[in-house]
Design a binder for this molecule. Sequence first.
Ligand code: UD1
Length: 337
Amino acid sequence: MAILVTGGAGYIGSHTTVELLATGHEVIILDDFSNSSPKVLDRLKTITGKNIAFYEGSILNKPFLNKIFKENNIEAVIHFAAFKAVGESVKEPLKYYHNNIVGTISLLEVMAENKVKNIVFSSSATVYGVNNISPLTEDMPTSATNPYGYTKVMMEQILNDVAFADKEWSVTNLRYFNPIGAHESGLIGEAPNGVPNNIMPYITQVAVGKLQELSIFGDDYDTPDGTGVRDYIHVIDLAKGHVLALKDNLATTGSHVYNLGAGQGYSVLDLVKTFEKENNVTIPYTIKPRRAGDIATCYANSNKAKEVLGWTAQKTLADMVRDSWRWQSQNPNGYEE
Ligand code: UD1
């Protein structure tokens, strides 16, 4: 029995693939390389010593999806494949709704036709919107401020409705906080297209000399040092959370939702200073105005994942910044030559 990993060549998908293989699962990756590289597959083989079945294409292509289910004995899907840039989603909402929402519906329809009714979904703490107060718990109301965020809210709703209507389904929505870090080999990591939107790839690209300086978006928030506070989580801890969530998903039916965060907030300046100290590099920065849509503080209460799944984040902020830097310094241009 195999696990189909949609978006398995991406940042979180590739790290989750490593952990799935390490825990004895067979993995099939489906990816269209819209925000990833074929080189990831070679790197995964180097890390795991295993051949991984791979299909190149989109979840929007139902005949293609059907072929994958017919050719393999799939027991569950971990669904990462989606667009994720907030700013782009504001400019091109239909692109986001089409790929993320229609793609997820297409996947769920093909799963149902093939009687595969177990799915773990890559959601985000973005679904907590701007009005809930941290630490965030899974029972808080969800909302969004941009099309990307709405696709996550809607995809969670669609999955919950499917599980409500057909009691054979088991759906698990995993709400990620701020994944950073990389596999300790330095062979796989986060490689965004163009100028990074998220802070860690921006910092590592400044450190490697590709970008001149970091802009810190606001130092007048109601936080200890005035900069934004987030719950950074090592991508390997996150990947391990998927393996435990999958185990729980396969053993149950119905709808499940878990926060995957370290449960501790660090400010932008904490992150920059830890990066500088651990890696012995300097990150020039200037303070800029607040970024539209940002909130002061966002961190998880991850007690539910601990109690039900037996999951807690193990790695420290120092581990995260060292591993991010190892990846970027060994691969200054990501997966490009
Ligand atoms: C962002 C998205 C969120 C998405 C998540 C994962 C926004 C408003 N939120 O979360 O919806 O789920 O990424 O893709 O885009 N910062 C800087 N300088 C930078 C970049 C970021 O100071 O160049 C600061 C931000 O203001 C924030 C912190 O760093 O305080 C983290 O930012 P980021 O990595 O973009 O993550 P989020 O905004 O938490």
